[in-house]
Design a protein around this ligand. Sequence first.
Ligand code: KG4
Ligand code: ZN
Length: 338
Amino acid sequence: MFLKPCTLLAIESSCDETSASVLKDGKILSNIIATQIIHEQYGGVVPELASREHQKNIVPVVDAAIKAAGIDLDSLDAVGFTRGPGLLGALLVGSSFAKSMAWAKKIPLIEVQHIQAHVLAHFIGEEKPSFPFLCLTVSGGHTQIVLVKDYLVMEILGETQDDAVGEAFDKTAKIMGLPYPGGALIDKYAKEGNPLRFGFPVVEMPLLNFSFSGIKTAFLNFLNNNQIKNSNFVQENLADICASVQHTLLQILIKKLKKAVKQTNIKQIAIAGGVSANSGLRSLLREEGEKNNWKVFIPALEYCTDNAAMIAITAYFKYQKEMFVSQNTSPLPRMEWE
Ligand code: KG4
Ligand code: ZN
């Protein structure tokens, strides 16, 4: 397929990462990410603080992305931005910046759906999946099994009916007193622990859907019961607790993924989103891939959690089809697929 050459700037500001990326002819030249650590002390993202941090960060982050790419602003052909889903105030900062830049440079504006971008991050690297493939998209806000038919043609085969798996990681971490976001910390401590030491009840969901909200209640009860007997229960058993929680969550994901493979007979499997950075999930997917003869696609760590490079690659595919939007485009906190 012939792809039109172009140089794009992309902005991501849907949650607590301010990120800017420059792409030239399908190659990422820079991907600058400023993670907002201010939320750590509150145990979760505070929307108003996120907006203010984006406002502080957006100019220096874009500036750094342009400099790192070694391009001139006048060489930009279009600006891409995350339109949703995400926090309204946070999205407003990125979209307003993108619109101003597009207006000032008289270049087209391209809206991007954040979750679609997580999936398309697989087209940044050298090894790209071919169509169709399945993508398990696991982030702080979403848990979906997506059938990817083409760059911009995707179908959700199943998804969570309540919490996202990233939320389940973060909430169990918070219950243990770990700072936000706790997913990466559970991953770290789990490496030293016994995943089969503790068991947690799992709700069986129909079809390819998920449910994770019951886990946090079960986990809270489990900790309370054990802390009555031993007030140092968490400190003394941290690694085993983390390994067991992680094991429970990953088994739910893998079980549904296997069901999706059986149902579709598609054996190219990708993972995407913040939780795809989880080392347990990455190795489990590789193992299952070998066992079941799947071709697996695991994103580079830089492209798992929120980043503007994935927005840039999505904008690149939309640029090809001239899918441009007007200056009147406002953020959509609950944006769906097109
Ligand atoms: O994709 P992402 O950066 O933001 C959203 O779009 O939500 O995902 C953030 C989520 C958080 O819940 C975070 O705890 C989780 O990804 N996460 C991890 C790991 N790294 C990030 N969860 C488990 N293990 C990790 N290593
Ligand atoms: Zn995300």
